[in-house]
Design a protein around this ligand. Structure first.
Ligand code: ADP
Ligand code: MG
Length: 416
């Protein structure tokens, strides 16, 4: 398939009327042959950023993606839209493998998805080296950076692969990278710093509150009593706390259920299903809960302690208000949280370098929590997005703090 106009491809192939903000800009640039690193939240529409240029440019787009299940979903959807797409995985049968290579050599394949392990194999590289590539897309590009939260050594081999194709545009895509990680990804992939595009991290309908947690159970009860009948998630730091809080809420007549990795799979999926189906359920959970859960009407997310990073906090609070209606994120914390998290880091088996990075991320979250400035400005700045004016929709904007509470202790700990 070869149509040159991106917007026509968007209409005719994908059936969408217009590009989302920044999508069009990225598509145009890559279609012209320029590199981009796109940092956009989950659901923003990163796939089209490389799928449309893949069709706009002659040759095959090589897409690096770390998850076989994800590749297969994408290939299925593309084929339904009439696009010649394929995934080359360990599970690909011999004859299909041969068809893929034939199509690639004849230039009749639009997109080829492969995992990074395969992309870095010498015989794959030799064969792909004879193909005419439209572009190279690297999905989940944060995996290339040790500063990111999911470093994968195979991603480091992608740079030499890209370098074998000078003049072929490369596009990295990720949802989760703070400003420092973004710069590192760009450098690792050989994408110029001025080709980094950061988009759309603001969640204007979420009101952020961060409070000193001096008696957290009572604070949680007060909060929930004012919000009866609404669905929400309460994140607690340990399985034992999850069980205890869920029992307390149930005893208080609230519709609460626990979720953590210590529960058997059946209970977990029953509790999750009840939460998704209900409109007044409270899920008390560890971080094990949330990934891939599609419930638009979560009205609040409460944190009973500091999570481990701003990325984690942003991702977890981001489960509130997907429907765009007003929602709240509340977190109770104290200096003891930092001490607990630090000792967990010290006990971990990770490298010295990893510990240093994790500690930096924890400190950044503590500084956010202790800050008296607009929460939204702090979050967006952390993700490298141009900061807006003070939002008027967070605790520090709504009720500017008049005194320092936990922050004094925290500052002492931070500078320790
Ligand atoms: P991401 O990878 O950023 O998490 P996806 O690429 O999976 O997001 O896209 C999320 C959803 O948004 C998909 O259902 C996709 O079809 C839809 N989408 C993307 N771009 C557009 C658009 N321009 N118009 C309408 N829907 C879009
Ligand atoms: Mg994606």
């Amino acid at each position: 398939m070869y149509i040159s106009e991106p917007v026509q491809i968007l209409n005719d192939v994908f059936g969408y009327k217009s590009f989302r903000p920044l999508q069009g800009e990225i598509v145009e640039a890559v279609a012209r042959g320029e590199d981009r690193l796109a940092i956009m939240p989950t659901g923003a529409g990163k796939s089209l950023c490389y799928q449309v240029p893949a069709l706009a440019r002659p040759g095959t787009a090589l897409v690096i993606s770390p998850l076989v299940a994800l590749m297969q979903d994408q290939v299925r959807a593309l084929r339904e839209a009439g696009v010649a797409a394929a995934a080359l995985t360990g599970a690909t049968a011999m004859d299909e493998r041969r068809d893929i290579w034939n199509a690639l050599e004849q230039g009749t394949l639009d997109l080829l998805y492969v995992a990074p392990e395969r992309a870095t194999m010498p015989d794959f590289q030799d064969r792909i080296g004879r193909a005419d590539l439209a572009l190279i897309a690297i999905d989940e590009a944060h995996c290339v950076s040790e500063w990111g939260h999911d470093f994968r050594p195979d991603y480091r081999q992608l740079r030499p692969l890209c370098d074998r194709f000078p003049g072929v545009p490369r596009i990295g895509l990720t949802a989760t990278a703070d400003a420092m990680t973004q710069a590192d990804i760009a450098q690792q992939l050989g994408i110029d710093a001025d080709k980094v595009v950061v988009a759309g991290f603001d969640r204007p309908n979420i009101t952020y509150h961060v409070r000193a947690g001096d008696s957290r159970t009572r604070q949680l009860m007060d909060f929930l009593n004012g919000r009866r009948g609404r669905a929400g998630i309460v994140y607690a730091p340990t399985r034992a706390k999850v069980d205890a809080i869920a029992a307390q809420l149930q005893a208080a007549g609230l519709n609460a259920l626990p979720y953590h990795a210590g529960l058997d799979a059946e209970t977990r999926s029953a509790n999750q299903a009840a939460f998704v189906a209900g409109d007044d359920m409270i899920m008390v959970a560890t971080v094990a809960f949330g990934m891939g859960i599609d419930k638009p009407d979560v009205r609040f997310v409460a944190h009973m302690a500091l999570p481990k990073s701003i990325e984690a906090y942003y991702q977890e609070t981001g489960r509130a208000g997907r429907d765009g209606a007003p929602a709240e994120a509340v977190m109770w914390w104290g200096a003891a949280d930092i001490a607990r998290a630090r000792s967990q880091l010290a006990e971990g088996e990770s490298s010295e370098e990893r510990r240093r990075i994790d500690e930096g991320k924890l400190n950044a979250l503590a500084a956010y929590a202790a800050s008296a400035a607009c929460r939204r400005i702090a979050l967006l700045t952390y993700f490298g997005e141009p900061a807006p004016a003070p939002c008027g929709n967070c605790d520090n904007c709504l009720e500017p703090p008049t005194q320092v509470d936990v922050s004094e202790d925290a500052v002492k700990l931070l500078s320790a």
